[in-house]
Design a protein around this ligand. Structure first.
Ligand code: ADP
Length: 303
């Protein structure tokens, strides 16, 4: 059936946080699209605001490494968001045991992730929900950041964010300590977790609760000291932890190159003020040294 006299609905692609996602054909262009249907009306007002925020943000974000919002319209009490159709996502790639990821492939996926983020951060937009299933992959192998539903301007006067926005395993330590004023560093930490996941082929820090998540972080990197992270003690949920020494990072990533390990450690810096920025990460020698990042159209993808 045709929606808005333009889109031919096909099968259901999946169920998201706010509603169903359909595959559809744009009869104006012949292009395959993904339509996210968001229930409005009787729902809590928050859903409306979240959706409207997402639209406004997404419409302003146009970049090769960002999923494009093609159209947005209300239809039968639902808000429809039309996105370019993406074949798969990074989680499916990482999980697929038939896929071998070379160091050049990993480099390419990380570079595309950081390029999309760098574009957003330049526009003062945080993603805030970086995780492998939000990194979609198109038919040409391009990786694009999706799901800006939780993203929000961080230069605005209303800077007190809720801190429970992240999938726990990708959450930065400042969020786990209850920080209400945080910045682009939260996306860098999450990207580091994704980098680690590409190297290990499994989620790196799998906490079963927020407390356990901090425990997993501390056993990987050692408990942060006040000299490493001076502002830590002022965070709302800060509590003193028993000292844990850091094992050599090398022991956790035996197969990583020295360049990869150096960049990873700079992205996993405790103090968000000292953490490497996305732009600096892109300029790290990891990306200019051999092997160079694979061409996106030559990257391995699920069959
Ligand atoms: P969530 O809100 O849980 O993060 P989404 O609403 O983003 O989930 O998406 C739900 C499902 O729809 C995803 O698992 C994915 O399979 C599919 N999907 C979302 N966006 C696209 C897209 N642009 N192209 C193809 N499939 C998509």
């Amino acid at each position: 059936k045709k929606v808005a006299d333009r889109y031919l609905k096909r099968e259901v692609l999946g169920e998201g946080t706010y509603g169903v996602v359909y595959k559809a054909i744009d009869t104006h262009t012949g292009q395959t699209v993904a339509i996210k249907k968001i229930r409005l009306g009787k729902q809590k007002e928050g859903v409306n605001f979240t959706a409207l925020r997402e639209i406004k943000l997404l419409k302003e974000l146009k970049d090769p490494n960002i999923v494009e919002l093609i159209d947005a319209f209300p239809h039968k009490g639902n808000l429809h968001l039309v996105f370019e159709f993406m074949e798969t996502d990074l989680e499916a790639v990482i999980r697929d045991r038939n896929i071998f990821l070379s160091p050049a492939d990993t480099k390419s996926y990380l570079q595309m992730t950081l390029k999309g983020l760098a574009y957003c951060h330049k526009k003062w937009v945080l993603h805030r929900d970086m995780k492998p299933n939000n990194l979609l992959i198109g038919s040409n192998g391009q990786l694009k950041l999706a799901d800006f539903g939780l993203a929000r301007m961080f230069g605005s006067p209303e800077r007190r964010f809720t801190h429970q926005v992240f999938a726990r395993w990708y959450r930065a330590p400042e969020l786990l300590f209850g920080a209400k004023h945080y910045g682009s560093g939260v996306d860098v930490w999450a990207s580091a977790c994704i980098f680690a996941e590409l190297l290990l082929r499994r989620p790196f820090l799998q906490g079963s609760s927020d407390i356990d998540q901090l425990g997993k972080i501390f056993s990987a990197f050692g408990t942060p000291t006040a000299s490493q992270w001076p502002d830590m003690v002022y965070l709302p949920d800060y509590v003193e932890y028993q000292y844990v020494p850091a094992p050599p990072l090398r022991s956790l990533f035996p197969m990583a190159t020295d360049d990869a390990l150096d960049l990873l450690s700079k992205m996993f810096t405790y103090d968000p003020k000292a953490r490497i920025s996305v732009q600096q990460a892109l300029e790290h020698r990891y990306f200019s040294s051999a092997p160079l990042p694979s061409d996106p159209d030559k990257l391995p993808r699920p069959a």
